[in-house]
Design a protein around this ligand. Structure first.
Ligand code: UD1
Length: 355
């Protein structure tokens, strides 16, 4: 029987790419989204790419327990991938309660329903932000987490801990002692720590759709190239890096999506060695902001209007992944080149502009 995955936040940027890869890998998917930070553009794109018109879409807010509970009652769910969260670092500093309420409550509800409906496999979308600033690069999963520098980053750390505590506490469920008492069951968990997801599906039918002025680099680049923004500011060119701009590990969103398929398969096929596992999802390749801009120009054969600006508060100098564990354990490795990825980001922006 096909395994079914609930994708919360499945209408968003990463969620829609993951939905495509899951369906193409033979999973059934239920998409849940409250559309608070996206519309149905990407969900429609998912249907086109997969040729499937029957993907269940549930417009629910995961902060409402009854809605989550109903979903678990209605569908037999083998795994959940939880994306439904706010993600703007600056906004989280200005409105911490909004971030703590939304990001924590939605995840608590997913875990509670998972536990009470016979147990479930839960994949949490975490972030490399948990590593903070460190000299020991690249970072492995054993690298220590640093105190979070924003409420957003803190919710990622807290949700990792909530997942790992829940896994521990529910491990005994379903044992001889507990069996038959009620419908509770064990929760197993994987946290994927994403580095910097960028790019779009090669079909250009789904991609990143930021509302308002983009915070992240690549949408700002593509919007500048198309003429929506006047000029890209490169935040800081006096960092202690080869060209003075920050170093990041930019991971293609389709590669990232495939890491989810590998992780979910591991969970539903009962191949986990520990009931809670963590994987870095990155390329292992540091790229500077300036290199990224220059590569974007070269690959897409255009000139980008940019200037150097002061450093952005809270930015770290450099971070990139050691992706060895994901390769060894999940059999997953990033495949697309940075050139392919940046071409896909531009194709998506042009698709949005109807060009
Ligand atoms: C940030 C968050 C990360 C989050 C991710 C996705 C931190 C420290 N980082 O990553 O947790 O998961 O966003 O939302 O919390 N840049 C410019 N000009 C711009 C925009 C960005 O020069 O207009 C530079 C930045 O200084 C940085 C690089 O581009 O060096 C990447 O920035 P961005 O895309 O915002 O990602 P991060 O800050 O790495």
């Amino acid at each position: 029987m096909k395994k079914r995955v609930l994708v919360s936040g499945g209408a968003g940027y990463i969620g829609s790419h993951v939905t495509v890869e899951l369906i193409q890998a033979g999973f059934d998917v239920v998409v849940a989204d409250n559309l608070s930070n996206c519309d149905l553009t990407c969900f429609e794109g998912v249907k086109k790419i997969t040729g499937r018109d029957d993907i269940p879409f549930e417009k629910i807010d995961c902060c409402d327990y009854e809605s989550v509970n109903r979903l678990f009652s209605e569908f037999r769910i083998d795994a959940v991938i939880h994306f439904a969260a706010f993600k703007a670092v600056g906004e989280s500093v200005a409105e911490p309660l909004k971030y703590y309420r939304n990001n924590l409550l939605s995840f608590l509800n997913i875990l509670e329903a998972s536990r009470l409906h016979g147990g479930c496999n839960v994949l949490f979308s975490s972030s490399a932000t948990v590593y903070g600033e460190t000299d020991k690069l690249p970072v492995t999963e054993e690298s220590p987490r640093q105190p979070a520098t924003s409420p957003y980053g803190n919710t990622k750390q807290m949700c990792e801990d909530i997942l790992s505590d829940t896994v521990k506490a529910t491990a005994a469920y379903g044992s001889e002692v507990m069996a038959g008492l009620d419908k509770t069951g064990p929760v197993k968990g994987i946290a994927l720590r994403y580095f910097n997801p960028i790019g779009a599906h090669p079909s250009a039918l789904i991609g990143e759709l930021p509302r308002g002025v983009p915070n992240n680099l690549v949408p700002y680049i593509t919007q500048t190239a198309i003429g929506k923004r006047e000029c890209l500011s490169i935040f800081g060119n006096d960092y202690p890096t080869p060209d003075g701009t920050c170093l990041r590990d930019y991971i293609d969103v389709v590669d990232l999506a495939k890491a989810h398929v590998a992780a979910v398969s591991r969970m539903v096929e009962n191949k986990m060695e520990d009931s809670y596992e963590i994987f870095n999802v990155g390329t292992g390749r540091p790229v500077s902001v300036l290199e990224l801009v220059n590569t974007f120009e070269r690959v897409n054969n255009l000139r980008l209007n940019y200037r150097f600006a002061p450093r952005r508060e809270g930015d770290i100098t450099a971070i990139w992944a050691d992706p060895t564990r994901a390769e060894k354990v999940l059999g997953w490795k990033a495949q697309r080149t940075i050139e392919e990825t940046l071409a896909s980001a531009w194709a998506w922006e042009k698709h949005l502009a109807g060009k």
